[in-house]
Design a protein around this ligand. Structure first.
Ligand code: MG
Length: 326
């Protein structure tokens, strides 16, 4: 059966450009896919590319979307190439959503207003969100406000300023954490070996008193995988792979090479959600699901995977709505 297909562009500016070691990011651009059946049921999916992570660019996704006929044969979905992982995610999600609507399947809306809810309850389990703090000194008032609002897991980017500057900021941030509060440090692959070891030693020492630094995310770039693997076996503080596991092939490869630390899964860019779920079923990993600043449409689809396959003891990397204007 053919469906009616359409797509729309969106562009959401960040309140403040997001500073990462890849530079400044000022707006989130993406594409919404819409499939409609003859009864008028609609299913949507989202293409939210993150090309510096290795996904397709918005231009490549646009090119793919624009060459498709408005009469859409769902078999096309299985033929979307692996170099268009965001398109795989969006089209497959749109079809699944359409089928759910058509079959009157119950849909749990997981897309709460994340800026005012620090956790969701599903199957009686509270899922916390990790709150992404602004870079630099602006993080200090921010963490105090959010601790007062019951958040207990925070994330801060590192690898932007000197180790000494960042360490003193992190120490101050840690002093505001509530009991059982946790801080994640994300380097986006921007550290060298020496600084990575300094951070791991710092975390080791701090965590001896109270385990406050939950993990260090991608301290070294993906090409340094064997060093990361050795460090993960050498230090008690968890290391999370993020940039290293941007798509399903890389995820499988890191697992096969022996990674048993944390895996950050940015499901919206990883590729086919069906193949991801199939693989996770036979490979129980310490999975932490994370946002790529997608809209509510993509977020709902990612959260469905997260509550099923994520480690329930790790906060979801979705406390990011405050980065956008309402
Ligand atoms: Mg990261």
């Amino acid at each position: 059966m053919d469906y009616c297909y359409d797509y729309f562009f969106y562009c959401k500016p960040f309140v403040i450009p997001l500073q990462t070691c890849h530079g400044l990011w000022s707006e989130r651009r993406g594409i919404i896919i819409q499939l409609r059946d003859q009864q008028g049921n609609i299913g949507k999916g989202e293409i939210a590319p993150l090309s510096w992570f290795g996904s397709e660019t918005i231009e490549q996704a646009t090119q793919f979307c624009s060459q498709l006929d408005t009469k859409f044969n769902p078999q096309i979905i299985d033929q979307i190439p692996n170099n268009l992982p965001c398109c795989q995610f969006a089209f497959e999600s749109a079809l699944v959503n359409l089928e759910k609507v058509a079959n009157n399947s119950p849909i749990t809306n997981l897309d709460f207003n994340l800026s005012s809810n620090y956790q969701i309850y599903l199957v009686n389990h509270p899922w916390n969100y990790s709150y992404l703090l602004p870079t630099g000194l602006a993080a200090l008032p921010s963490i105090q406000t959010k601790v007062a609002q019951q958040y207990n897991t925070f994330k801060q980017k590192i690898g932007v300023q000197s180790f000494e500057q960042e360490r003193s900021l992190i120490k101050e941030l840690m002093s505001y954490l509530p009991t059982q509060g946790k801080l994640r440090l994300d380097a986006n692959g921007g550290l060298n070996l020496e600084t990575t070891k300094r951070w791991l030693e710092f975390a080791e020492l701090e965590n001896e008193l109270e385990p406050k630094i939950e993990l260090i995310e991608q301290p070294l770039p993906p090409e340094d995988f064997s060093t990361l693997l050795a460090l993960s076996q050498q230090f008690k503080t968890a290391i999370a792979l993020d940039e290293s596991v941007a798509n399903l092939t890389q995820l499988q490869s890191c697992y096969q090479q022996g990674w048993r630390g944390v895996f950050v899964l940015k499901a919206a860019i990883i590729g086919s959600p069906r193949r991801l779920a199939q693989w996770l079923q036979t490979h129980p990993i310490d999975a932490l699901f994370s946002s790529v600043f997608e809209t509510a449409i993509g977020r709902q689809n990612v959260l469905e995977l997260a509550v099923k396959w994520g480690n329930p003891n790790r906060a979801l990397g979705f406390g990011v709505n405050h980065w956008f204007q309402e």
